[in-house]
Design a protein around this ligand. Sequence first.
Ligand code: ADP
Ligand code: MG
Length: 262
Amino acid sequence: MLEIKNIYKSFGNLEVLKDISLSIGTKEIVAIVGPSGAGKTTLLQIASTLEKPDSGNILFNGTELIGMKDKKLSAFRNKNIGFVFQFHQLLPEFSAKENVALPAMIGGMSKKKAMDKASELLTRLGLSDRMDHKPSAMSGGERQRTAIARALINDPAIIFADEPTGSLDSVNREEIQNIFTELRDKFNQTIVMVTHDSTLAGIADRIIEMADGKVSLRPQAPVPPEGEEMESLAIVDPLDSGGDGSEYLIRDSIKEIRESVD
Ligand SMILES: Nc1ncnc2c1ncn2[C@@H]1O[C@H](COP(=O)(O)OP(=O)(O)O)[C@@H](O)[C@H]1O
Ligand SMILES: [Mg+2]
């Protein structure tokens, strides 16, 4: 479904990604692991089209994403990609349900339909009694589950998650593991995640080790065949001031978001 080909990326003199190639199939969970500074977040951001590589290409079901115009790329991202970051970065002035519904409204769904779908998703994730709360009135685990619901609202082809359990305690970490496992096993969701959490990495179908801007050469299982077309998109602009990409999402979409809610 997603082909990442010969990606190079430098920041100034620092070569962060050095010829990375990777194929992501449908219905699999891929974990990217490796030491801090290895380039994992940068790879995730490039794979998810938040950041552009210096060279290389990314193909989604055969369509080249590199070189796509920004507007088209934003629409593509909204429709096909869901994001979950380490910190929730839900918009503080909106309720959980509104936060979840926003990417659907940006994608053109009516407010009523989007809010209904957001309710369904939040209920599925055990938040039926929390959905009218603002993020500040929710626990860390509840906020992260809300961020996952937001990632799912547009039925994305792929969810990218950067340290999704990085700021959670063990009970909440386990809950995220169970949610991801269920998303794959019951809903055929493809998930690509960066994690230091070895238990979370343990649910992955494939573990990709990165070090110093390269993928290590451990043998990998064959990639499953390509699946159906993916129709939807989710912008989840999770959280994190730590340069995990949420700032781009927020910057790009906050105006649209506000307009669609008014
Ligand atoms: N926007 C940026 N500008 C300059 N350097 C960056 C930027 N983003 C990441 N880096 C540097 O690139 C390297 C890899 O970072 P990152 O992809 O975040 O690694 P990881 O997620 O594996 O810890 C680090 O040395 C980091 O400081
Ligand atoms: Mg990182």
